[in-house]
Design a protein around this ligand. Structure first.
Ligand code: NAD
Ligand code: TYD
Length: 339
């Protein structure tokens, strides 16, 4: 069976490729990735030469490339991870988010329509639900929570989800959608909260905490997300949305303190900086549906996952030092100024 993975040179897509190839060595994996700033071929180094793996550099928005790939590879499963994924960048410039996240999804769905597919899976986010107040710990996102987006990133993801649902209904595309909470783990791009804090702490640089640091995210180890996606692919019901998250809510400040303690660095490195525009207060997933229907539960405890993640960044300094010494420097200066 051939599995097409878009965005496989990024954080979650690459982890998914490793996850799948380890468990299903008989399958062929084709990865389509544009290699934007967030895509990194070094991440895929260990699988590049494997006979069951093919990497194609290309844009999901390019109909010719996508159609040619479907024609030649005839994928049974299509997993759509490729996206512009960073909220701060979407605030800086929404255009590319709309193009990649919405139009790219449309191109893939059209290819599924033209060539047929066993299952199309849309990797979405809990951010499509907007946020929850800090003083209502009893509230969680369910699959019935109305879409209520805050950033151009989340708006583009919500628009893509609606498009997927329209293709299920109108054209009978066998698609499913997962809406996952914040992931962490190996190969996450240094602009994201957890790697950024680990890398700055390792470099004895200040750790820029937005606003009061009390915002809450529901963290999930990336491998648990990969397993959820496999369960949805195998047994999820077509047309359905599945929320993925493990009741692991943490305040940003507590995560930063955990990282500093793990690296034996002083809390004096914490620096409060201007808040993100439209900053979502709290994300919290109710994973009851995926648990009840598919038996999914997270397996990695936050403390263990964080230890593994910190160790990974310690052991793979070449991977991230290459990134942070390149164009990322300009991005960092633009967003964080002197920090
Ligand atoms: P990432 O930014 O690390 O990787 C994105 C990948 O997509 C990169 O390899 C990039 O080169 C590729 N890409 C971007 N534009 C492309 C295009 N036009 N054509 C082909 N490839 C393109 O992102 P991530 O954190 O791995 O997220 C993957 C998916 O999971 C995204 O759809 C995101 O919305 C979703 N998601 C992420 C999280 C999280 O915490 N990171 C949580 C829930 C959902
Ligand atoms: P991020 O990794 O960008 O994910 P999200 O899509 O959930 O915003 O950020 C996670 C949280 O960390 C979010 O509340 C914003 C905060 N944050 C900081 O405080 N400082 C930073 O430098 C970054 C990148 C994020």
């Amino acid at each position: 069976m051939t599995v097409l993975v878009t965005g496989g040179a990024g954080f979650i897509g690459s982890n998914f490729i490793f996850y799948w190839m380890e468990r299903h060595p008989e399958d062929r994996i084709v990865c389509l990735d544009k290699l934007t700033y967030a895509g990194n071929l070094f991440t895929l180094e260990s699988v590049m030469e494997k006979p069951g793996f093919r990497f194609v550099k290309g844009d999901v928005c390019d109909r010719d490339t996508v159609c040619e790939l479907f024609r030649t590879e005839q994928p049974e499963y299509v997993l759509h991870f490729a996206a512009e994924s960073h909220v701060d960048r979407s605030i800086d410039g929404p255009d590319v988010f709309l193009r990649t996240n919405l139009f790219g999804t449309a191109v893939l769905l059209d290819a599924c329509r033209e060539f047929g597919v066993g299952r199309y899976h849309q990797v979405s986010t809990d951010e499509v639900y907007g946020d929850l107040p800090l003083d209502r710990p009893d509230l969680f996102f369910t699959e019935d929570t109305p879409l209520h987006t805050s950033s151009p990133y989340s708006a583009s993801k919500a628009a893509a989800d609606l498009l997927v649902q329209s293709y299920v209904r109108t054209y009978g595309i066998p698609a499913t959608i997962s809406r996952c909470s914040n992931n962490y783990g190996p190969y996450q791009f240094p602009e994201k909260f957890i790697p950024l804090m680990i890398i700055n702490a390792l470099n004895d640089k200040l750790l820029p905490v937005y606003g009061d640091g009390l915002n809450v995210r529901d963290w999930l180890y990336v491998e648990d997300h990969c397993r959820a996606i496999e369960m949805i692919l195998r047994n999820g019901r077509v047309g359905e949305v599945y929320n993925v998250g493990g009741h692991n809510e943490k305040q940003n400040l507590d995560v930063v303190k955990l990282i500093l303690a793990g690296l034996d660095k002083p809390e004096g490195l914490i620096q409060y900086v201007a808040d993100r525009k439209g900053h979502d207060r709290r994300y919290a997933i109710d994973p009851e549906k995926i648990h009840r229907e598919l038996g999914w539960l997270p397996e990695t405890k936050f403390e263990d996952g964080m230890k593994r993640t910190v160790l990974w960044y310690l052991d793979h300094q070449g991977w991230w030092r290459d990134i942070v010494s390149g164009e990322y420097k300009e991005y960092y200066a633009r967003v964080y100024g002197e920090v």
